[in-house]
Design a protein around this ligand. Structure first.
Ligand code: HEC
Length: 564
């Protein structure tokens, strides 16, 4: 009987606690509603600045406004360009609703049971550094760590309303909306506004609704098979083959990498490249994430398809390269064969924010580079060989031989114009700009000495370096994360031929640009994607696809009346 009473008491307790929590939830919702309503009508920016600077609001503890200091939260110098008023309100009242992965917090449990939470600043084989909510840098030895988890809760406190009232909040929001980018110099490659074409491009789902994908990040036309595509799913780490015939659509699992690759918010399997001679040697290559000895790294692997090419063989991958990362940020994610038949790999600066270690300029690291290797031959001690004209092939200790070009932050997607063989790289930016670069062998594209056209830091500036600026950069008001695309060489839309098509992952805007000698000639907004565009693809006829991160692959139908 006692047992039964205990159970009943427990049930009652659970019901009570749940209703208290629900009530708290309701209270919080109401507070959010009141504060939101108050801030909608604007406030006094000058007063809001004082609120922001005040000790009671605590904002300055975790945020800078255009100063180079290490803080747990992002710099808010251009938050008024990045977010509209509603988004600013929401990011303050409900910080955990949408957390930028670059600023996610990590909870580390130590072997003696302490939990330390903070934003990851740096990791090595020996230690981990977190910035906690007080802005302190905490070093934890790797041997003292029991468990390390990325948290879904923002480090930013959600109970701000306890210290500032509704009118102070309106002023604070007003102040943040005024924080916008000021450019003293107008760069020809950085238009302030973009013209929009009269007839916008359309998108059409490539597949039936029943064939939607789970976080797709890459579509590649299968060599030798018209209307057959390989689609990479980041999180499930599956690769699917999708065939579209007049009789119908067929989708089947082609490879499963879940036993080799790890996954996370944006981590997983990221890109696939078929060997130029795939039809004969059946080889293909992947860029995916692993965690080994607690260090997170992207790896480049080789795999093989079965004889009739209908599936992957299912064996273990042959690993070619591992790019060890100091944090879990900015890992690149791209690989593709260039027109010269060599494999090009995009490596990010490895984090943390602003590249304080200078990895992009450090030729002794793979980080922040475009790498190039020859997968068909092997040099002594390497599972690949170094192409003869790689710029640092014979640099000895001074530079790594795989480096082909450097000074990148997060070269997420790149491609070549199939006609001119020029390379285009979409490099995801830091605080102010997104950029498209057109690198050539051995060039330095600036990061973190430059961010796009503007000087960023002199800390790692070497004497005698020359820097190649991007073809185009765009400001925060136009987007926050560039997705590199392709130069259109299809037949359907002649007026678009030769134009480079790219997009922004957050604003979902699609642009078409023309350049000459890497100088911007013309750029226009040509449309919007319904889902966040994380990648582009191209079919055997040169027509383009856009990969929507929410699950749809779209055909991009360019309206041919662009210049008519
Ligand atoms: C304890 C540290 C901390 C404090 C205090 C804090 N923030 Fe934050 N804030 C963060 C972190 C970490 C993020 C990034 C994660 C996220 O999006 O929640 C963030 C994100 C933001 C963002 C979104 C920025 C972006 O670029 O996505 C805004 C706006 C913001 N904070 C404003 C404020 C304001 C205003 C205050 C003071 C009232 C404040 N924060 C206080 C840590 C803090």
């Amino acid at each position: 009987m006692r047992n039964r009473n205990q159970i009943l008491a427990l049930i009652l307790l659970i019901i009570q606690t749940t209703s208290i929590l629900q009530a708290q939830n309701e209270d919080h919702k109401q507070i959010v509603a009141h504060y939101t309503a108050a801030a909608k009508n604007g406030g006094d920016a000058a007063k809001g600045k004082l609120v922001f600077e005040s000790e009671k609001s605590n904002c300055r503890k975790c945020h800078t406004v255009g100063k180079k200091e290490v803080k747990a939260g992002p710099d808010l110098m251009v938050i008024g360009d990045k977010f509209d008023r509603d988004q600013i309100i929401r990011s303050i009242l409900e910080p955990s609703a949408q957390i930028h992965p670059d600023h996610a917090s990590h909870a580390v449990t130590t072997v003696d049971g302490k939990v330390i939470t903070g934003v990851l600043q740096f990791q090595s084989n020996e230690a981990l550094e977190l910035i906690n909510e007080k802005g302190e840098l905490i070093t934890i030895a790797k041997e003292d760590i029991d468990e390390q988890l990325r948290s879904n809760t923002s480090l930013m406190p959600a109970d701000l309303y306890k210290v500032i009232n509704e009118s102070e909040f309106s002023d604070l929001v007003q102040y943040l909306t005024t924080l916008k980018q000021k450019d003293r110099i107008a760069y020809p490659g950085m238009p302030d506004t973009f013209e929009t074409v009269a007839k916008q491009a359309r998108v059409e789902a490539l597949h039936d609704d029943s064939h939607r994908f789970d976080h797709p990040v890459c579509i590649i036309a299968k060599p030798g098979s018209k209307n057959t595509y390989m689609i990479v799913e980041q999180k499930t780490r599956h690769i699917y083959q999708l065939s579209i015939t007049p009789e119908g659509q067929k989708k089947h699992l082609w490879a499963d990498l879940s036993h080799e690759a790890i996954t996370g918010t944006y981590e997983g399997v990221l890109c696939l490249a078929f060997h130029p001679d795939f039809l004969h040697n059946r080889k293909y290559y992947l860029n995916y994430h692993v965690r080994e000895n607690d260090i997170f790294s992207p790896v480049i692997v080789e795999r093989t398809a079965v004889e009739d090419l209908s599936h992957d063989t299912g064996g273990a991958s042959r690993r070619l390269l591992k790019i060890e990362q100091p944090t879990v940020l900015h890992w690149g994610g791209m690989l593709a064969f260039g027109p010269d038949g060599y494999l090009y790999i995009g490596a990010g600066d490895g984090g943390p924010q602003e590249d304080p270690l200078g990895n992009g300029q450090n030729l002794g690291l793979h980080l922040g580079k475009i790498l190039r290797i020859d997968v068909d031959h092997r040099d002594a001690g390497l599972p690949y060989s170094i192409p003869k004209d790689n710029p640092f092939r014979n640099a000895g200790e001074k530079a790594l031989p795989e480096i082909w070009a450097y000074g990148f932050r997060m070269p997420w997607r790149f491609s070549w114009d199939s006609k001119t063989k020029e390379m285009y790289v979409g490099d995801i930016g830091q605080n102010l700009y997104e950029e498209i670069n057109m690198p050539k062998l051995g060039e330095n594209h600036g990061w973190n000495v430059y961010e796009a056209f503007t000087p960023f830091s002199r800390q790692y500036l070497r004497n005698g370096e020359t820097f190649t600026p991007p073809v185009i950069a765009y400001r925060r008001k136009h987007g926050v994360s560039v997705t590199g695309g392709y130069v259109y060489r299809g037949n359907r839309s002649p007026s678009y031929v030769g134009k480079y098509i790219f997009a922004d992952f957050e604003t979902k805007t699609i642009w078409a640009l023309t350049q000459k000698n890497r100088k911007l000639v013309d750029v226009r907004v040509i449309g919007k994607v319904p889902e966040k565009p994380c990648s582009f693809g191209v079919d055997h006829d040169g027509e383009l696809f856009i990969v929507g991160y929410q699950g749809t692959i779209y055909k991009l139908i360019l309206d041919d009346s662009l210049y008519n």
